[in-house]
Design a protein around this ligand. Structure first.
Ligand SMILES: *[C@@H]1O[C@H](CO)[C@@H](O)[C@H](O)[C@H]1NC(C)=O
Length: 340
C-alpha cells in the first residue's frame, strides 16, 4: 500500500529541486532501490532510518496506528490534488519552519499553537541536550533562534537530499481552536506585551476611529472581532505575511509541495508523538505530557464562545481564509458556525 507513496515523494523533491535553482540530478525513486542505498549508509548500517521503519510498517502486517497514518497521508494527497492549483515555486526561505535532525533522519515542521514548544524540546533532547529530558529545557531555550537547524539553512542539493531520505512530520490542529488559542495567548492575556505592542496597537489604529490614547499606545484590549477584522483586511497580508501564530498551517509547512510521512494532530498528540518517537527509535524518550482532556475541551469551548459573537458574514469569510487547513487535514466545519 505504502509503495504508491514513495515515487510521489521523489516527484515532490524533484519539483522542489527545480524550484531551487535547478540544482542536482533527478532524485532516484525511493523504493526498492532506496532500501539498499539508505540502509547501508545509515548510522553505519546499525539501525534502520525512521523512513525505512515507516516503510516496513506499511509493508508488514497491518497495525491500527500505521493504518490511521496511512489514511491521513492518502487524504492529504487527495485533498492536495483536488484543491490546489498551480503553485508558485518554493525557495529555501519557504522551508524556514522545517527543522532538521540529521542524527535521526527526521524533519519536523513546526506550527505554533500546536505543541511546538514541546516538540522543539524533544528535538533538542534527541540531540543530547539536558541529558535527554525534554522537560528540563526551558521554553525560551527551545524557541531560541538557531538552536535547531532549519531546512532553510541548507543548499538546494542538501535540502533535496534530506527531503528524500528523512521522515517528514508535521503536527496540525483544528484551525479555529488554534486561532482562538493564539488570540487568547497574544491579545487577551497580559503576558504578551510584545504582541500587543506590535500587533495590538496596529489593530487599534486601523479599526477604531476614535481610539482611546491608552489603547493606541498599548494595544492591550483588542477584541476577538477586531482581531478577525484585521486578519480579513486585505491590507494586512499586503503589508507582510501573517505572523506565524495565525498563519495557516499549509502556508507554513507546504504539505502539498513537500511529502509529509506523518500528519500528527494536536487532538491525538500523545499517540501521534509516541508513534513518531517509535519510528525514530527513541521510544524511551518521554514526550512532555499533553494537555489533559479537560483543557482540550476548554480550548473547544473557548473557540465556540469567541465565535458566537461573530456575524455569519465574518464567520463565512474566516472559514474561507482557513478553508485549506480544514480540507487538507480532515477537519469538518465546526457545528457552531452559521455558514448558510
Ligand atoms: C476524517 O474525518 C472523519 C470524521 O471525523 C473520520 O471519520 C475519518 O476517519 C477521517 N479520515 C481520516 C483519513 O483521517
Amino acid at each position: 500500500m505504502g509503495r504508491r507513496c514513495w515515487p510521489r515523494r521523489a516527484l515532490a523533491a524533484a519539483c522542489l529541486g527545480a524550484a531551487l535553482l535547478l540544482l542536482g540530478a533527478a532524485p532516484r525513486a525511493l523504493s526498492p532501490a532506496f532500501e539498499n542505498s539508505l540502509g547501508s549508509g545509515w548510522l553505519g548500517g546499525k539501525r534502520r532510518s525512521p523512513l525505512q521503519m515507516l516503510y516496513d510498517l506499511d509493508q508488514g502486517p497491518s497495525s491500527a496506528l500505521a493504518e490511521v497514518h496511512r489514511q491521513r497521508r492518502d487524504l492529504l494527497r487527495r485533498a492536495c490534488s483536488r484543491h490546489t492549483r498551480r503553485q508558485r515555486l518554493l525557495g529555501p526561505e519557504d522551508l524556514r519552519h522545517v527543522l532538521v535532525d540529521d542524527a535521526h533522519g527526521l524533519l519536523y515542521c513546526y506550527v505554533p499553537k500546536v505543541a511546538c514548544t514541546n516538540w522543539k524540546r524533544v528535538l533538542l533532547a534527541l540531540s543530547g541536550h539536558a541529558r535527554g529530558d525534554p522537560l528540563a529545557i526551558p521554553a525560551h531555550e527551545a524557541h531560541a533562534p538557531g538552536r535547531l537547524p532549519s531546512l532553510a539553512d541548507f543548499s538546494p542539493a542538501e535540502i533535496n537530499r534530506r527531503l528524500r531520505a528523512y521522515l517528514a512530520v508535521l503536527f496540525v490542529r483544528e484551525p479555529f481552536e488554534r486561532l482562538a488559542s493564539a488570540y487568547r495567548n497574544k491579545f487577551a492575556r497580559p503576558y504578551s506585551a510584545a504582541f500587543q505592542q506590535r500587533y495590538g496597537t496596529r489593530i487599534v489604529r486601523r479599526l477604531r476611529p476614535r481610539a482611546h490614547p491608552d489603547a493606541l499606545a498599548r494595544g492591550h484590549d483588542v477584541h476577538f472581532a477586531e482581531f478577525l477584522a484585521y486578519l480579513l483586511d486585505p491590507r494586512t497580508r499586503r503589508e507582510e505575511p501573517f505572523n506565524e501564530h495565525w498563519e495557516r498551517a499549509h502556508a507554513l509547512c507546504h504539505p502539498c509541495r513537500l511529502r509529509y510521512d506523518v500528519v500528527g494532530k494536536f487532538e491525538t498528540l500523545a499517540e501521534d508523538s509516541a508513534f513518531v518517537l517509535g519510528l525514530v527509535g527513541a521510544s524511551g524518550l518521554r514526550f512532555p505530557a499533553p494537555p489533559p482532556r479537560a483543557k482540550g475541551a476548554a480550548a473547544r469551548d473557548l473557540a465556540e464562545r469567541l465565535f458566537r459573537d461573530i456575524s455569519p458574514f465574518y464567520q463565512r469569510r474566516l472559514f474561507d481564509l482557513y478553508r485549506m487547513d480544514f480540507l487538507l487535514f480532515n477537519y469538518s466545519a465546526p457545528s457552531y458556525l452559521r455558514l448558510h
